[in-house]
Design a binder for this molecule. Structure first.
Ligand code: HEC
Length: 132
């Protein structure tokens, strides 16, 4: 096995992070749809549920905006069933059209979330079916 000791900021280490985070699985940090839903659920509950609710249904009033409903299949349809676009929304705060999301939605890439973690969250979100 490889050993990733360095904790720098540079790009290749995002891949290292993906491998370190995904127990047993060979995670490709670039390929969407390969996330670990169980891990994603944990991250979602700790970082996202406060605004999007534990069931990802959103709808919480946050000043001038409302948190988005992230349940399936609504989010998937809106983002053209393209996990890469959902990943971009999470990490960079850019919507499916390329426009900025409201600034209340954190830019999680800036906040240290890795692509692999975002992919895990997306895998989890695919399991959360709409309740409406
Ligand atoms: C501080 C509150 C807050 C937190 C925490 C938060 N979000 Fe959001 N999020 C929002 C708001 C508000 C929007 C709607 C932005 C808009 O409509 O422009 C949003 C939008 C989104 C969207 C785009 C949905 C769409 O309809 O285009 C995604 C995807 C998303 N959030 C994922 C996440 C994930 C994953 C996390 C945790 C890592 C997270 N959010 C944490 C407030 C938050």
């Amino acid at each position: 096995m490889m050993n990733f000791k360095s904790k720098g900021l540079v790009l290749p280490l995002a891949v290292a992070g993906a491998l370190a985070l995904t127990v047993g699985a060979v995670a490709t940090a670039t390929a969407a749809g390969t996330g670990n839903a169980a891990n994603g659920k944990k991250i979602f509950e700790s970082k996202c549920a406060v605004c999007h609710k534990t069931d990802a249904s959103g709808g919480i009033n946050l000043g001038d905006t409302t948190s988005a409903d992230l349940q399936s299949p609504g989010l998937e349809d809106m983002y053209h069933n393209n996990d890469k676009l959902i990943e971009r929304a999470i990490l960079k705060g850019i919507d499916e059209e390329g426009d900025q999301l409201d600034s209340v939605m954190p830019r999680w890439g800036d906040a240290g979330l890795t692509k692999a973690q975002a992919d895990n969250i997306i895998a989890f979100l695919h399991t959360v079916k709409t309740t409406k």
